[in-house]
Design a protein around this ligand. Structure first.
Ligand SMILES: Nc1ncnc2c1ncn2[C@@H]1O[C@H](COP(=O)(O)OP(=O)(O)OP(=O)(O)O)[C@@H](O)[C@H]1O
Ligand SMILES: [Mg+2]
Length: 243
């Protein structure tokens, strides 16, 4: 349902940030995308979502090519960016209505959805406050709510747990499980490997723009008996000071 096909990105300064990245997230799966800072996770996610045009390769979401059929592809996924500091001059509710307008969510549906999601994330009392007055975690919660306001089959989330308090992180993890169990696909990047261990059917580890390991947790642990995912990650990607 989320397909990366040979995604390569060479930035304007000549830096090859990702090199021939291909993977699939199928219906019913939660896939974790892990890798050190600067490995290329956000670059891949921006190519999957049509924010960046790949130097070569493409992405297909729910059967629609993001580059040749962008509107249908974009209607098929929810996206959480790695930075929640956007349009902070709006109130939370204004922002949610703006996003709901873009996705053409009917007013009765949006009212119901906003009510349920705001309650679930403890944001009901803050919706009429300008987002510039929100804490980082509150902005992040609002991004989560805005991403889920329409009901697309694929979720593509760039470090969605960053800054969330334990209750909100719990809710989001629960929602990811529910979404996948209902036959949808979830891809999320994370630095919190315990979360990846708890949630994912499969994990993709990327380093220096290339996939270095991919599979179920059991598969990844196969040649590393007794090690935690964190220990395996450090073994595979090296410590920063040894780079
Ligand atoms: N706009 C840009 N122009 C040039 N190079 C960039 C640009 N954006 C990212 N890069 C480079 O591409 C590489 C991958 O960056 P990216 O943001 O995809 O990493 P990441 O895995 O998401 O890292 P993090 O875990 O810190 O979020 C890095 O070397 C980064 O310096
Ligand atoms: Mg990133």
């Amino acid at each position: 349902m989320i397909e990366a096909r040979s995604l390569t990105m060479v930035y304007g300064n000549g830096h090859k940030a990702t090199d021939d990245i291909s993977f699939n997230v199928r219906a019913g799966e939660i896939v974790g995308f892990a890798g050190p800072n600067g490995a290329g996770k956000t670059t891949v996610i921006k190519m999957l979502t049509g924010i960046l045009k790949p130097t070569s390769g493409t992405a297909v979401i729910n059967g629609f090519d993001i580059n040749s059929d962008p509107i249908k592809a974009k209607k098929s996924f929810a996206y959480i960016a790695d930075n929640p500091d956007i349009l902070i001059q709006l109130t939370g509710l204004e922002y949610l209505n703006f996003i709901a307008d873009i996705y053409e969510v009917p007013s009765d549906v949006r009212k119901q959805k906003i009510g349920v999601l705001a309650e679930r994330f403890g944001m009901a009392d803050s919706l009429n406050t300008q987002m510039r007055e929100y804490s980082h975690g509150m902005r992040q919660k609002l991004m989560v709510i805005s991403a889920l306001i329409h009901d697309p089959p694929a979720w593509i989330l760039d470090e969605p747990m960053t800054g969330l308090d334990p209750s909100a992180a719990f809710e989001l993890k629960q929602m990811m499980r529910e979404h996948a169990a209902a036959g949808n696909a979830v891809l999320f990047s994370t630095h919190v490997l315990e979360v990846a261990e708890q949630l994912c059917n499969r994990i993709i580890i990327i380093n220096k723009g290339k996939i270095i390991k991919e599979g179920t947790l059991d598969f990844i642990k196969l040649d590393n008996t007794g090690m935690t995912l964190e220990e395996i990650f450090v073994k595979l990607t090296g410590r920063p000071e040894t780079d």
